[in-house]
Each structure stands twice: as structure tokens, then as C-alpha cells.
Write a protein that binds this ligand. Structure first.
Ligand SMILES: *Cc1c(COP(=O)(O)O)cnc(C)c1O
Length: 338
């Protein structure tokens, strides 16, 4: 446990604090001015992550939201549309950035578990229909799906989307903020996910435990354009090798251990009376009669959980909660919910 407050904080996997070893790696990083593309550690991180997923190039961004905006804008222009699941992060949790900054529109399909509904996508898909209808230029999927509870979209489904998208000539974006969890949970190679996407966004600041940082993955040409857009958005950063070093350290030390988080999440799901088989990765969503009341009562006992809606609790496991803390939280929640 790496939380000096003594609380068991399950509100998000973004609450982790950099470990001592990560801080050392950050302190020792070689740096340069990244706006000149001269930070060797940022360059190393970009090359490494692009290679992990089989992309030509990558661009370091301060947030996953910025990586998503840049990724979708690489496929969808002003007045064009992207199709997404209704609770996708790009539409629900980025404060309208894609509409406000890119000028795109969107339509959604609904899936309780955040899955791709290819039949619905094919129904909605509108190619260039002249000056009558908005043109669909991309499909965005989220893997794992955050608000659906860390659900994995199986690689077969992603490949089916890829095949169809190639037939009709539409782009595919994967919001892979937690693609690492999908990879560890299923054993699907990162390159398989990469091969099915035109562009991707991945986060270092979720389960991997870096304090900051995400990457856009795309073609060299798309990254060139995104580099300009990133600067325009105020995201041109200078000696941020200190931050990229945290990401490199996380890839070396915190990737395979995500399996522990998944095991811990199943333990919490069980304590909350949920079917643990429905907890595929590190996010637990539990149905309770009065979520805010449980949040308040758990806080009294040093366990922080979130409420998503009046009857849904949400908990995430991560690097800063070890087995003893998870067992403590499971006990508290089990008692409160019995
Ligand atoms: C966290 C998250 C992001 C990026 O969020 P930032 O807070 O902007 O880094 C993007 N997509 C999903 C699914 C996420 O969970």
C-alpha cells in the first residue's frame, strides 16, 4: 500500500501515487525540449508504445482525453460523424471536446455491457449521401469499457468491425485507456488490438500507475498533424522526459501485475453479492438499494468507493491497494450490504 492517508481508496485507478522506484526513474530521466521533438525519453516512450501495438508512430499527451480528441480528429472532420456506444468516455466524459474542438457530430448504439453492436453500426452507417445526411467517417469503441464496468470487447468482435470497416472504407478508433487490462485479462496480444484499429489512445495513468500521460497511436502522417493540433490545444510540453520516464517504468514493472487487480476486483464483487464472473478486469459495479448511503457509511470505515447513479456502486482496484487492503474493504462492504 502506497497511500499515506491510510484509507482504502477504490474510487478510481487514477488515484495511485508514483512508487519510490518510479520517482527515481523520473528523477534520473534524460530530458530535452519536447516541442522541438528533442526529449530523448519522450521519444523512447513514443517509439516503444508505437512498437508494442504495431503502429508507425505515437504522440505523448498529458491526458487520455487529449489523445482521444487527436485520434478521433484524425478520422473525422468538422460536420462529419463518429458512431460510439452511448456511455463511451469520448462522448460522456470529455466535456464535449470532440464537438467543441473538432466540430464533429455523433450517434450512438446502446449496449448494457459496452460491447460493439456491429449490426447496429451497419444500420446507422451513412456513407457519403450527398448534401442530405451527415457522413459517418469513423466508429469508436472502448476497450475495456469504463462505465460498463471494465468489460472487454473480444478481439473477434474487433476484427469483425475491422473487416467491415475496410469493406466500406470507414475509420476505426479504439479508446484503449485500459487496453492493458484487456490484454492481461484475455492474453490477446497488444499488436492484435493495434492491427484492428486505424488510431488508438492508451493511458499510462490508470492501471499502470504513472502520475500522468497518455499516447495517441497512429500513422506517421497522422501524428505529424496531431503534433500541430496538440500545440494548438496548449498541449506542447517541454522537458517532460521526467513524465515519460514514469510511463517507461510502468511498462517495465506494472503491466503483468494487473492480473492481481483483476483478482482483487473479483473478490470485491463477491463481497458485494455480485457474480464475480461479470467482473472481467479491475472495475466492479454493484447494484445496491441506496448507493450514496453506502458510499457515506464505507467512508466512515476508511473505505472510499464511488456511486454511479442512485443504485450503483463503483469500485476500482489498482497498484495502491494490496491484498490486505482489499480484504479489509471486502469485509466492510460485505457487512454494509448484508
Ligand atoms: C480515463 C479514461 C480516458 C482518459 O481520461 P483522462 O482523465 O483525460 O486522462 C479515456 N477513456 C477512458 C475509457 C477512460 O477511462
Amino acid at each position: 500500500m502506497n497511500d499515506p492517508t491510510g484509507l482504502v481508496d477504490l474510487r478510481s485507478d487514477t488515484v495511485t501515487r508514483p512508487t519510490a522506484a518510479m520517482r527515481r526513474a523520473m528523477a534520473e530521466a534524460e530530458v530535452g525540449d519536447d516541442v522541438y521533438d528533442e526529449d530523448p525519453t519522450v521519444r523512447l516512450l513514443q517509439e516503444r508504445v508505437a512498437d508494442l501495438f504495431g503502429f508507425e508512430a505515437a504522440l505523448f499527451t498529458p491526458t487520455g482525453s487529449m489523445a482521444n480528441v487527436l485520434a478521433v480528429a484524425a478520422l473525422v472532420g468538422p460536420g462529419e460523424e463518429v458512431l460510439c456506444e452511448s456511455r463511451s468516455h469520448v462522448l460522456r466524459a470529455e466535456l464535449g471536446a470532440h464537438g467543441a474542438l473538432t466540430g464533429l457530430t455523433s450517434r450512438t448504439w446502446i449496449h448494457e455491457r459496452g460491447q460493439l453492436d456491429l449490426a447496429a453500426v451497419q444500420q446507422m452507417y451513412a456513407p457519403d449521401m450527398g448534401p442530405f445526411f451527415v457522413r459517418t467517417t469513423a466508429i469508436a469503441i472502448e476497450n475495456t469499457h469504463n462505465f460498463a464496468g471494465g468489460t472487454v470487447i473480444p478481439i473477434e468482435d474487433v476484427r469483425a468491425l475491422r473487416t467491415w470497416a475496410d469493406e466500406v472504407g470507414v475509420g476505426v478508433h479504439v479508446d484503449g485507456a485500459r487496453i492493458w487490462n484487456a490484454h492481461v485479462a484475455t492474453g490477446t496480444p497488444l499488436r492484435a488490438y493495434g492491427a484492428a484499429a486505424d488510431v488508438m489512445a492508451v493511458c499510462l495513468s490508470k492501471g499502470l500507475g504513472a502520475p500522468i500521460g497518455s499516447l495517441l497511436l497512429a500513422s506517421r502522417e497522422q501524428v505529424e498533424v496531431a503534433r500541430v493540433r496538440r500545440k494548438r490545444m496548449g498541449g506542447g510540453m517541454r522537458q517532460v522526459g521526467v513524465l515519460a520516464a514514469a510511463g517507461l517504468h510502468a511498462l517495465d514493472h506494472h503491466l503483468e501485475r494487473l492480473a492481481e487487480d483483476h483478482e482483487h476486483a473479483r473478490l470485491l464483487a463477491e463481497a458485494c453479492g455480485q457474480d464475480p464472473a461479470l467482473t472481467e478486469t479491475n472495475i466492479v459495479v454493484a447494484d445496491v438499494p441506496d448507493a450514496p448511503a453506502v458510499v457515506a457509511a464505507a467512508r466512515e470505515e476508511g473505505v472510499l468507493v464511488g456511486a454511479v447513479g442512485p443504485t450503483k456502486l463503483r469500485m476500482l482496484t489498482h497498484l495502491d491497494v494490496g491484498r490486505p487492503e482489499v480484504e479489509r474493504a471486502a469485509k466492510v462492504l460485505g457487512r454494509l450490504l448484508s
